[in-house]
Design a protein around this ligand. Structure first.
Ligand SMILES: CC(C)(COP(=O)(O)OP(=O)(O)OC[C@H]1O[C@@H](n2cnc3c(N)ncnc32)[C@H](O)[C@@H]1OP(=O)(O)O)[C@@H](O)C(=O)NCCC(=O)NCCS
Length: 183
């Protein structure tokens, strides 16, 4: 083996890309969403009852495909090389207010957190919303310490905190922050 080759460090190339998911991506979408609810159920307010998490696991294939066919939704998958490591979606809420979109299910796999993948995904989804004529993006963040990274990420991107509201889920009191950004 040539000497130079031995000296080369074993660098693994990480190519991060963001893809708009279509129906053919339903398995990747399902896999990353189930990872998200397993690893961070508190982020999606489904931690109050284990049955809520289990219900996601038992959904039929047609559920995942149908979501990716929805003309009023945008679903993005973040890829680290070929592996799906992140998810974000947005739903057109024009029936509530013209130009309003709701962002949901923002998730990055723990292994690649803190490397600006979440920011890349968010920038991309805001772009896609604008391309579709969106004027405002809204989202909710649960009021718990685990959500501080998310809160900081949205603040960095210019989302304004519109205040906290309380709700009771399965008998447990939860607080959520409402955040809004003009596009
Ligand atoms: C929130 C989440 C998507 C962030 O993804 P990420 O790829 O780790 O975040 P990024 O590396 O892109 O960080 C971008 C900015 O967010 C903020 N941020 C991210 N992680 C942070 C942390 N641990 N503490 C404080 N701020 C943080 C910073 O402002 C950071 O910018 P900076 O590094 O220039 O200061 C990720 O932590 C996650 O999936 N969490 C669990 C699920 C969740 O909470 N989803 C949101 C539901 S509302």
């Amino acid at each position: 083996m040539p000497k130079e080759f031995l000296k080369e460090p074993n660098l693994e190339q990480h190519v991060i890309t963001v893809k708009t998911a279509g129906p053919e991506d339903w398995r990747d979408y399902k896999e990353i969403w189930l990872e998200a609810v397993e690893k961070n159920p508190e982020a999606f307010s489904i931690d109050a009852d284990p049955e809520d998490v289990r219900r996601e696991t038992y959904r039929r294939d047609k559920h995942w495909k149908a979501h990716l066919k929805d003309p009023n939704a945008i679903t993005l998958l973040l890829k680290d090389n070929k592996d799906t490591k992140g998810l974000a979606m947005a739903i057109d809420k024009s029936e509530i207010q013209r130009g309003l979109w709701r962002i949901r299910h923002v998730y990055i796999s723990p292994a690649i957190r803190g490397q600006h993948a979440g920011e890349k995904l968010m920038v991309e989804i805001l772009e896609k919303i604008k391309e579709r004529g969106g004027k405002q993006a809204s989202l909710n963040v649960m009021d718990n310490p685990e959500q501080i990274p998310a809160l900081k990420l949205y603040e960095k991107l210019g989302f304004e905190n519109k205040g906290k509201y309380e709700e009771v889920i399965h008998g447990k009191k939860k607080g959520r922050y409402d955040m809004l950004k003009n596009l």
